[in-house]
Design a protein around this ligand. Structure first.
Ligand code: SF4
Length: 78
């Protein structure tokens, strides 16, 4: 039996939209508005798996912002 996937929403995700894409609308596209770089990231495929609603820890933008936050907290508490 497979362990259920753990899906988590990224704290830096502002909004995510899901739409059909590709020929005959066979594909799925997610459009994620990211608070870190203020850009819209697109994830398209048969079963796209955006880190924004899956595993944000795998995203370099998330890692960068998370480290920066830790650093700010550390400086504040020192
Ligand atoms: S997972 Fe990455 S791209 Fe998606 S909202 Fe979070 S920081 Fe932005």
């Amino acid at each position: 039996m497979r362990a259920p996937a753990r899906h988590r929403r990224c704290p830096y995700l502002e909004q995510i939209l899901k739409e059909r894409a590709g020929p005959f609308g066979l594909l799925t596209r997610f459009k994620a508005d990211c608070h870190v770089d203020h850009r819209t990231h697109r994830f398209t495929g048969r079963h796209p798996n955006p880190p924004c609603i899956g595993e944000p820890e795998t995203c370099s933008l998330y890692q960068r912002e998370h480290r920066a936050e830790d650093e700010r907290i550390r400086r504040y508490t020192d």
